[in-house]
Structure formats: structure tokens, C-alpha cells
Design a protein around this ligand. Structure first.
Ligand code: PMP
Length: 434
């Protein structure tokens, strides 16, 4: 489908521009929250969770341009440039000084890969080499590399054959599609017990880390239950297991908090961010680690055996620093919370008579509408979904439509006027199809 969340590389060698624009949204230009296709039709860009302050932001472009002129590249392998320390200090401050070190990567998958490798290195250094297994939750998405793909539980990794050994899964308390029938508390208790059982099966002495996505993104924007996450943190600590919060999507403002972990009140040992770090102006990621981990990894003279040549790029750092200033000065965390809530509340009213709308949920500027039979919870048929995603495009909304769930990621600086556009046109699309 045109709004599938995974990227396809079409055979560009043999296709004409016209063929491609039939299959894909062919974006020519973008400004603020809006993109324009070849014909000049405009779409509200509510996809990917990347543009935090929209496209073409003059302040960010200016900061990057100045940096390009001053120092367009330097590596972080045995070198340092003047923006890396200010950005690192700022990021550590924004995450409540829970972390002592930020390790830069080129994307989100790289940040998760780094968290997995540093976890292994941590236990190796502690002479607990057998502690090398990972538990991640059903429906989690963690990335495209072999290790980040191995802890992804979305029916994708099987296609690639090879997975890293020692990856296990436990149920996620998805309240619309729960692993058992019961109240919210019963479902949470069940999932916690299953996690404990999985740790016992693997062996706590072999379990290195538990990976959580505080709000599952690709799987349908499903916020975790608060008590569940707090208990997972306790279980991890009690068993000398590290907690990795994958905040590649939720990190740096998307949920209306700098991190979703702050909203949930959890303190992971490692935390990854990427999409919101530069808001799409430069591909970058970060893996944070606590002092406890840093102290072990740095004990042998401070040499990391992991790191990419172009990570911590000066132009990316300039973009990130400017973006953070904009979020702070324009009070965009609050805007993300308020406008996100406004969109959800109004959609719940405007879509209340549509029989197939089973749930409207999210946190901040992560909003999803799940289509399913309200009684049986069976997903709607694929054809209706395809028609809906086409209709949304006609109505000028670019979202992601996947597994009968519409995912909307409006920029953090979405205005009330644009929020009304989203609400009105999503409603029109639904009313037209159902
Ligand atoms: N973790 C999560 C939670 C994600 O949502 C994603 C991207 N969808 C990734 C990791 C991988 O990030 P990237 O696509 O930048 O490699």
C-alpha cells in the first residue's frame, strides 16, 4: 500500500516518473507541516515521526549552513569538534541527568545495535560472559540491522534467516488485543508473570537486557500501561538485568516529554533516540548509558570498540542544538501534549458513529486509529483499508496505514488551525469509506 511503514526501493532504473508517482507519493517540495507533490497538491505531513518542527525551518537551515561553512566534517574517531560537548551536555540535562554518556550513531537501528553491543560488552567486562540473552516484547520494532532486527517481534526477521542467538519475547499488554481476557489489571499481571516466566526459562544469569518501547510505534502507537513498565523496571533491577528503553520514535519531544521514560517514571540503563534528534535535518541517533555502565566500559583505558566513522557529525549537531532551542523557546512540549490531546478528543467525537473504529489512542503527537469490528475485534478487511488510505491522501493527509491502524505523527509545532484540518479531513475520509 502507498502508506506502508516500511521502505521499499522501487526499481527506479526502469520506471518512469509517472509510474512512480502512481505507486508512491512523489514529494517535490516541503515547507513547515506541508509537502507538495508534482502536481502541486498539498498534504499535511503526519508520517514517520521525524519532522518535529516541520520542513524547511529557517533557523535550523541557518544553523546548519553556518556550520557547513565553518567545519563541514570531522570524525569522532580520535577527534572532537566544538558542538559535540554542548549537545551532549544539553541532552544529558534534558534527560534529567540520568545518563552520563551519549554515544552517537547514524540512525535509530544503529542506536539500538549500539545498546545491544554495549550491553554485551558490559557483562563481558564484568566476567559474566554467559549473560548475553535479550528479551523484547511482542510487537516491538527495533530496527533493520541483524541484532536490532533479532529483537524485533513483528514477523519480519524470519524473512532474513539469520538472527543473533539468545533473543526471546514476552507478551506486551495490548489492551485491544490482549493475550488473555480480563480487566486491565489482570492483563498487566498476566504479562508481568509471563515476563518472569521467560526470565526463569532463559535463566537470570543468562539474561542481559529487557528491551521496551514505552509507546510501541510501528505496531500501532500503543502506549504501555504505566504500572506494567514500572514493574518491568523492578523485575530487571532485581535480576541484574539491564533495561533498554528504545525511544528512537518517542524520544526528544514526540510524546510531549523529552523522553517517554520521564512520562512513565522509569530510569532505564540505556536509552536510544533518533528521529526527533534533528527532526529530519540530518540522520543521527544517540545511545545514552548510565554512569554504572560507563564506569565498567571505560575501565580499561577508555577505548570503545564500537563506533561509526561519521557519527556525531558537526552539521547534525548544529541541527540538533537549534531544534532543541526551538522546542524550548516555543514551548513545544506543551503544544505537543495539548494539540495531541485536542486531536484525539475531537476525533473520538467525530468518529463515534463509525462502527469499525475500535480505538483512538496515543500520547502527545503520536495518535492512532485502530479499525476493527467493535464486538469481535477482527481487523477490517484489507480492501477497505486500502480505499481508506487512498481517500486520506485525496483529503490531503499523509499518514501511515498498516495492519488496519492509521498512524498520525503531526509535527510538535502543529497549530490549532492545522489540527482542525487534520480532524476534519480524517473524519471526511472515514465517513466517505464507512
Ligand atoms: N526503534 C524504533 C522504536 C523505531 O520506531 C525505529 C524506526 N521505525 C527504529 C528503532 C529504527 O530506526 P531507523 O529506521 O532510524 O533505523
Amino acid at each position: 500500500s502507498v502508506l506502508h511503514p516500511f521502505s521499499f526501493m522501487p526499481n527506479l532504473k526502469h520506471k518512469t516518473e509517472e509510474d512512480i508517482s502512481k505507486e508512491f507519493t512523489y514529494i517535490k517540495e516541503g515547507m513547515g507541516s506541508w509537502v507538495f507533490d508534482k502536481e502541486g497538491k498539498n498534504y499535511f505531513y503526519a508520517t514517520t515521526a521525524v519532522p518535529s518542527v516541520g520542513l524547511g525551518n529557517p533557523r535550523i537551515i541557518n544553523a546548519m549552513t553556518n556550520q557547513f561553512h565553518k567545519l563541514s566534517f570531522s570524525s569522532t574517531c580520535g577527534q572532537m569538534h566544538e558542538l559535540l560537548q554542548p549537545l551532549t551536555k544539553k541532552l544529558i540535562e534534558l534527560t534529567d541527568n540520568q545518563f552520563s554518556l551519549a554515544f552517537y550513531t547514524n540512525d535509530g537501528s544503529g542506536a539500538v545495535e549500539t545498546a545491544i553491543k554495549l550491553t554485551r560488552q558490559y557483562f563481558n567486562e564484568l566476567n559474566q560472559k554467559e549473560k548475553s540473552c535479550f528479551i523484547s516484547l511482542d510487537g516491538n520494532y527495533h530496527g533493520t540491522t541483524i541484532a536490532s532486527g533479532s529483537v524485533t517481534n513483528m514477523g519480519i526477521k524470519e524473512a532474513f534467516g539469520v538472527q543473533i542467538p539468545g533473543c526471546f519475547s514476552a507478551p506486551f499488554p495490548n489492551m485491544l488485543r490482549p493475550p488473555i481476557d480480563g480487566t486491565e489489571d489482570e492483563i498487566v499481571d498476566f504479562c508481568l508473570q509471563q515476563l518472569i516466566n521467560t526470565i526463569e526459562k532463559v535463566g537470570p544469569e543468562k539474561t542481559a537486557a529487557i528491551l521496551v518501547e514505552p509507546v510501541q510505534g510501528v505496531n500501532g502507537i500503543i502506549p504501555a500501561n504505566k504500572r506494567y513498565l514500572k514493574e518491568v523496571e523492578k523485575i530487571a533491577k532485581a535480576n541484574n538485568i539491564l533495561l533498554i528503553a528504545d525511544e528512537v520514535t518517542t524520544g526528544l519531544g514526540r510524546t510531549g516529554y523529552w523522553t517517554a521514560s520521564q512520562y512513565y517514571g522509569i530510569e532505564p540503563d540505556l536509552l536510544t533516540i533518533s528521529k526527533g534528534l534533528t527532526g529530519g535535518y540530518f540522520p543521527m541517533g544517540v545511545t545514552f548509558m548510565t554512569e554504572k555502565i560507563e564506569n565498567v566500559l571505560l575501565k580499561e583505558g577508555g577505548i570503545f570498540l564500537h563506533g561509526a566513522t561519521q557519527c556525531g557529525h558537526p552539521v547534525g549537531c548544529a541541527a540538533a542544538l537549534e531544534l532543541i532551542s526551538i522546542i524550548e523557546e516555543d514551548n513545544l512540549l506543551k503544544n505537543a501534549r495539548d494539540i495531541g490531546q485536542y486531536i484525539k478528543t475531537r476525533l473520538k467525537i467525530s468518529l463515534q458513529d463509525i462502527p469499525n473504529v475500535a480505538e483512538i489512542r496515543g500520547l502527545g503527537m503520536m495518535i492512532s486509529i485502530e479499525l476493527a469490528d467493535k464486538q469481535t475485534r477482527e481487523p477490517i478487511n484489507f480492501k477497505d483499508g486500502e480505499i481508506l488510505s487512498k481517500k486520506l491522501k485525496t483529503q490531503g493527509i499523509l499518514g501511515n496505514y498498516f495492519n488496519s491502524i492509521l498512524l498520525l505523527y503531526p509535527p510538535l509545532n502543529t497549530s490549532l488551525l492545522d489540527a482542525d484540518f487534520v480532524i476534519d479531513n480524517v473524519t471526511k475520509a472515514f465517513k466517505n469509506v464507512f
